[in-house]
Structure formats: structure tokens, C-alpha cells
Design a protein around this ligand. Sequence first.
Ligand code: FAD
Length: 525
Amino acid sequence: MTVKPFDLFIIGGGVNGCGVARDASGRGLRVGLAEMNDLGSATSSASTKLFHGGLRYLEFFEFNLVRESLEEREILLRAMPHISWPMRFVLPYAPGMVFDPTTPLSRGLRFLMPWLAGRRPAWLIRAGLFLYDHMGGREILPGTRRVDLDRDPVGVPLRKEFTRAFEYSDCWVDDARLVVLNAVDAYQRGATIMPRTKVIQALRVEEKKPMWEIHTQHENGSKQVFYARVLVNAAGPWVTKVIGQLAQQDGQETRADTIRLVRGSHIITHKLFNHPKSYFFLGEDGRIVFAIPYLKDYTLIGTTDVPHESPDEPAVCSPWERDYLCAAVSRYLHRPVEKRDIIATYSGVRPLYEDGAVSATAASRDYFLRLDDAPGAPLLTIYGGKITTYRRLAQAVLTSLEQYFPAMGPAWTGQGAPLPGGDFPVDGFANLVDDLASAYPFAARQLLARLARTYGTMAHQVLAGAKTKEDLGAYFGADIYARELDWSKRHEWVVTAQDFTQRRTKTHLWLEEAQMRAIDAYLQS
Ligand code: FAD
């Protein structure tokens, strides 16, 4: 054997793979993780970026998923107050609004109250929000309130026909940083994290015990072989492709469930409104579209549910999705959103567990784990899931592997353990920026606030020893200095300008082509 065997080898460095790596290494297991591209470069950086219970899932009677997700919001918020924060959502209400006719609630109402014809009376929406407020052990987040849109500032950008709204709480999260911080934590607890490394083959072999023999190839062409007691397939949209490869090479039967690939796109415009709250708009087709304040200067609008052929087909926002999103928000806003308002788009593919649902929108967002341990070394496959449930999913993975590692530590991630940089109180962000400002008085507050949002208390490490602005090194635009690039190269596996500007930070929207090239050149040097 070339290297000492791992207990657990994980294929895929999205939120689920990195979450499992963190949990497992914190319990004392020897963990290896291979990600074929950059960490979080697939679905986990293309989400709507919400820790949410999923208000719409109540329409599908997915009470368990909603309750678990609601409970998670505050556990996660406490663990990472730098990259996640509470957000209020405004749901404008008009009596004529029609909801998705295919949901179980719609079908039930059609039978019990046919006169509603797909509409929802205000009391029913209020009842749903009451459940949402009380199902998930809410302590930090404020509850639902009614809003008079003629008087409240949130009514200003809306068309006059909307006079009433409900306002409820969920949380924002920087999805790509969530992934990398889980990887950093796993690494600090002993895991081997290998970005840009593809698993090209995995075979069940018999050494002293049954083992997995895992063959990888780095993007520079170099190949390596690893051994592990258990293999975890967290390949997201590629999950069945990986199983297909294993089954072929293994010569043994590996059961593959099916997934449904559903693309979701977002459009980004310049700021459409001047307050920090988000909108929850119901489209004409009964689907929901969010309009969310994004990165201080922008508005994020999404999302769609479009069947997607293959994980290898690039996920891009189609003209139809772009027009659909513009039309969905324009029904509500004074000033319609048009194609020319869009400054960027992004898309991701949901790897949903195939539950036979009638539509992509109706397919469950819950996760499903399959443990395959016969014969030889075990394989655990992850299907579906949400950013919001990644911690619980990781815990469930470890619970189902307890039988193979009886000496491993107990569950620990739900007990207030912060992610790197998140060791400060939920309401302590302003204090953290103040601390940084007194330690580094030469630095602009805007830069310090961005560093605090990105690195939390680790911002002190990024700036350690700097006495003047010159100590920050070369300047690249958008508050980016060489010092931060050096730090993220050393501590966060940054290789390209894209890794840094689109995932470790979200600075790309402020940068010109030439500035991106300069960052790339610096990182390669
Ligand atoms: P991924 O992030 O796709 O990770 C899988 C990784 O495996 C990839 O990086 C891939 O490169 C790697 N891989 C594949 N094959 C190999 C191989 N052979 N070797 C090495 N690596 C390999 N959830 C929420 O909770 N809140 C939201 O607001 C939300 N919004 C969403 C909006 C959209 C449009 C979409 C698409 C999803 C949204 N989700 C949301 C769901 C959430 O984003 C996903 O459930 C989650 O990101 C899936 O993570 P993952 O780790 O399973 O997959």
C-alpha cells in the first residue's frame, strides 16, 4: 500500500462531502476527500443561498423536512455568524393569487373548498406562517407580522394593487464559503483535502480486511492510489455516474437509485430596492420566485425548475428562464425588470432523489442515504439534500457508519461548535468590525467589514502584523490586496482568480477582465 489507509474516503467536495469530512474528522476518523474541480464549484455555489425551512414545502405536506430545516437554521446561524445572518421575507398578498395546482394542499382544498379555485384566503397563509414560526424551536429569529404596504417602506417598490403583505424570517448564507469553511475545519482536524483531483476508479479489494482501492487523477495529470475502509459517494449531480463506474469496474452489483437533475437559474440586476428585506413572489404558475438584496449593490432573483439532461452538460441560464424570472418579478414591481437590467446570471443543477413526483417543482428536496455493504467494503451514497440540511445529513451519514467504527467519537457538530472564524456571538458582527478597526486603523472600514464577513475572527490572521496600508501589498481592485490572496492561497486552496473572486469571496461583480487577469497572474507567480 502506498499510503496508510483512510477510514473514510469521500468523493465530492460540495457542501455534503465537506460536511461529512468535517463531522468524521472531528470524531477521530482518518478522512480523505477528492474533489475533481474547485471546492464547491458545482451545485453548492449556485444556490439561492438561504438557510430556510422551505415555506413552500408545507404545500407538499413535507412536515418532517420543514421542521428539521427550521431547527437547523438557528444551529447553523450560531455556528457561522460571519457568513450567515437573519433575513426578513415579505410575501405580498392579493386575494386573486393562484397557487401551484399540483400540490397535495391544492388537491385537498379543491375537494374541501372547491369555491377557492386554487386561491388561498389570507387566514390560510397566516396559518401556514404560524406553523412555520412554531415548528422549529425558534429563539433568535423574529416571528411573522402583517405589513401595510401603503405605509411600510417595503411597499415602495411594489405596484399599488398590493396593499397587504406578511413578513417572516429565514437566514442568508454564503454557500461557497460554507463549503470551504467545512473543508478548512476538516483539514484542521486531520482530514486530507484534495481539490482538482478526480476519482477515476474505485475497486473493492481484500487486504487484511475488505477495503476500497481508490484511483485518482489530479488535473495536472498525476495519478495516485488510496485505500479506505468505507467509500462515501457525495458526487451530487454525478452520483449515479460514479455508481455506474464502480459497478462496471467492480464486477459486483452496486445498487443505484435514480436521481432527477433539475436546473435552477438566477439573474442578478443592479439594486432594485433600498431596504435589506427580501421578497417572496408567487408567480402566475403558482411557483415562487425570490428577490433578495445581494452584495450591497445588487438584487438576486431566482429560481427556476427545468429538467437538465446530464451532469456534464454546462448549467447555464436559458433565454426562457431569463424571461420567466423577469416576468415573475415584474408582476409585482413598479418598474418592470427587463433583459437589459441583467448584469450576470448563474445556474446550478439539483440532484434530487427520484420520488416519482409529477413535476420538477414537486420533486422532494429531502435527502436519502443508501448504505451498500454486501459484499466487502461498504459504500454509502448520498442522494438529494439542501444546503440547510447538510449538517444533519453529515450526522446521519456518521450514524449509519457507527457499526464499522465503534470507537469513533459521538455527534458533536450540533453542540455549538463554530466553523472557522465563527467564534463570536450572533449579534457580535459590528463589534468584530470595531475590533478590527482599532487593531488596523489604517484600513478602510469597508475593507474590514468585507474581511469580517468573509473570514470572521480569522480576519485578524489575514491582517496579522500589518501596520500600514503598504503592508497589505499590491492592490488589485474591489478592496483586494496581495495579503488576502496569499492567505487564501495558503489556507483555502485558492488556485485561480475564479476560485478567489467567485467562491472564496464574491468580488467578481466589481472586477474588470484586466483585474481578473492580474489576480490570476499573481496567484500563479
Ligand atoms: P455538489 O455541490 O454538486 O457537489 C458534488 C461535487 O462532487 C461536485 O463539486 C463535483 O465536482 C464532485 N464530483 C463529482 N464526481 C466526482 C469524481 N469522480 N471525483 C471527484 N469529485 C467529483 N438548498 C438550500 O438549503 N437553500 C437554498 O437556498 C437552495 N437553493 C438552491 C437553488 C438552486 C438553483 C439549486 C440548484 C439548489 C439549491 N439548493 C438550496 C440545494 C443545494 O444547493 C444542494 O442540495 C447542495 O448544494 C448539493 O450539494 P452536494 O454536495 O450534494 O453537490
